[in-house]
Design a protein around this ligand. Structure first.
Ligand SMILES: Cc1cc2nc3c(=O)[nH]c(=O)nc-3n(C[C@H](O)[C@H](O)[C@H](O)COP(=O)(O)OP(=O)(O)OC[C@H]3O[C@@H](n4cnc5c(N)ncnc54)[C@H](O)[C@@H]3O)c2cc1C
Length: 501
């Protein structure tokens, strides 16, 4: 296959854009703009690029410290096409089957498979012989997906009048079910407490509670079921590595250890970024990949403050465990559910504390990808939701949270890990907050509670601050890797429309 790429023409005469942050969205928008002829500099405050999508290696063990599952793989393909390359020449994406194993406190456990012949007998058994609720729930997700493609996954409503396709799609909106409460809609489709808990977990994909999100989020389980959950061979950080290689090819300058400490205006327009070193960069366009709420702070505006606690999506406590010996029978993804789901979310969102009994997600990529661990070991990523609160995570707090995580794993019959861990690292909400300047370590920006929280996220072009744009999980259309890439496409399109000539 021919991998030679043409350097694009420079229709903007090399006009300059500065991207603040080398997260997935920051790199994606940088590549899109560079391919259209912009001279792009990416400034990343941390010493490695990738933002939340990062990597830790130790003695032959490789860990993704952030995302461990991608959905909507064609969004990744579209990005590659947009900068003149082919994703399949760079990365191997592997669809996981079964998708995950679910374990419940009462001892019930089953594999969630996207293969109908395997999955339907499980649903029937759990639902008393009747799988119709599952099909109705997926049909609702499918209708919402068709609608999202025509509306929500496009530009923020502030920048686009609805076109004919959007209006046509809206005629098919399942108004009552699409805007009800997510948990109640799940309840109305499933009798089984196990399936209710399984489907109630999906709003946590955007850091939110199933009891407070609109049922429009039922598009998420549909997307995962219909299009699968994917692993990138070598780990998801390969995505960042390859994007950096293309950035180099397209002349994008990526600077690490390069925090932007202030933004300055000239003639009413954002014109300069001041760096930690004291250096100043001048540009026509600035794209903020950090949390949008931090941009007015960088501009020194009166009353500007980062995202307040009650508006933040969830953070997480991650334990990276280099385990000696194989975990035979364990799947690539396992979820061990807590005994009282409503209580877990009350503790996360009302009490803003780490739950007494957390639901624990375990990702063991070495089960399907031998490159992730030595032959006699497993790289084990363990994650529990945590509040994005402004609290310190000292050794005692981490130790107590770790004890609860291990207790849940043991109670769920997960193979014993203690005594087999040869190296370990914890990533806390405070680490995410400190390293990446994410308020409270919120993983998905603003929380998707209520209709406004879910659908009216900050627009990709700042309506009040000319020259300032946003990309990433904190902006429209929302957190999670595919939507972050959609935001990069939307933002690059807006830059082209408003700054193109
Ligand atoms: C533990 C964990 C698990 C996850 N699991 C999944 C998953 O399984 N599937 C999925 O799809 N998503 C998952 N996510 C979410 C996913 O990682 C994010 O949606 C995505 O990576 C965010 O990309 P972003 O473009 O918003 O940038 P971010 O990753 O938020 O990066 C923003 C960058 O901006 C930099 N920055 C901020 N302010 C400044 C400044 N002033 N100057 C310079 N640089 C600055 C930060 O340092 C950071 O590097 C997970 C995240 C975490 C943390």
């Amino acid at each position: 296959m021919n991998t030679a790429h043409q350097q694009p023409d420079s229709p903007h005469g090399g006009r300059r854009a500065v991207v603040i942050g080398a997260g997935l969205g920051g790199l994606a928008v940088a590549l899109r703009l560079a391919h259209r002829g912009w001279r792009v500099t990416v400034c990343e405050r941390h010493h490695t690029p990738g933002g939340k999508m990062n990597r830790w290696t130790h003695g032959g063990y490789t860990f993704d410290t952030g995302p461990s599952l991608i959905t909507m793989p064609w969004v990744f393909d579209e990005l590659w096409q947009a900068f003149g390359a082919r994703r399949e020449e760079d990365l191997e994406c592997v669809q996981l089957q079964p998708h995950a194993e679910y374990r419940y406190p009462d001892g019930v456990r089953f594999a969630y498979s996207t293969s109908m012949p395997e999955w339907l007998p499980v649903v029937r058994e759990l639902e008393g012989g009747d799988a119709s609720g599952f099909f109705r729930f997926m049909a609702l997700g499918a209708r919402l997906y068709a609608l999202s493609r025509a509306t929500f996954f496009k530009e923020h409503p502030r920048f686009s009048r609805p076109d004919l396709a959007s209006l046509r799609a809206l005629r098919h909106m399942p108004w009552r079910q699409g805007f009800g409460n997510y948990h109640r809609v799940v309840e109305s489709h499933f009798r089984s407490a196990h399936l209710r808990q399984l489907f109630d977990r999906y709003p946590t994909y955007v850091g939110s509670s199933p009891y407070r999100t609109p049922s429009t989020l039922s598009v998420i389980p549909y997307l995962e079921y219909a299009f699968g959950g994917w692993h990138v061979r070598g780990g998801l950080y390969r995505l960042i590595e390859v994007l950096l290689r293309h950035a180099d090819r397209l002349g994008v300058e990526v600077r690490t250890g390069c925090g932007v400490t202030a933004l300055e205006r000239r003639a009413g327009r954002v014109r300069h970024a001041v760096l930690e070193s004291g250096e100043t960069l001048e540009a026509e366009v600035f794209v903020m990949n950090g949390d949008p709420s931090t941009a007015p702070v960088l501009l020194g505006e009166a009353n500007a403050q980062p995202l307040p606690e009650q508006a933040r999506s969830l953070s997480g406590l991650v334990l990276l465990l280099a385990v000696k010996g194989r975990l035979d029978g364990v799947q690539h993804h396992t979820v061990c559910f807590s005994a009282d789901y409503p209580k877990e979310f009350r503790q996360l969102f009302d009490d803003r504390r780490f739950p007494d009994d957390p639901t624990v997600y375990v990702n063991v990529p070495s089960r399907t990808d031998a490159s992730m661990a030595p032959a006699d070991g497993e790289s084990v990523f363990v994650m529990a939701n945590a509040p994005a609160a402004d609290m310190a995570w000292d050794d005692r707090t981490v130790g107590e949270a770790r004890r609860r995580v291990m207790a849940r794993l043991a109670a769920s019959g997960f193979p014993a890990l203690e005594g087999r861990v040869v190296a370990e690292r914890a990533v806390t909400p405070a680490d995410l907050a400190g390293q990446l300047a994410m308020p409270g370590g919120a993983i998905y920006g603003g929380v998707s509670h209520g209709w406004r929280g879910a659908f009216l996220r900050p627009a990709n072009k700042d309506p009040k601050r000319p020259g300032l744009y946003y990309v990433g999980g904190g902006t429209h259309p929302g957190g999670g890797t595919p939507t972050v890439l959609l935001s990069a496409a939307i933002t690059a399109g807006l830059v082209e429309r408003y700054e193109g000539s």
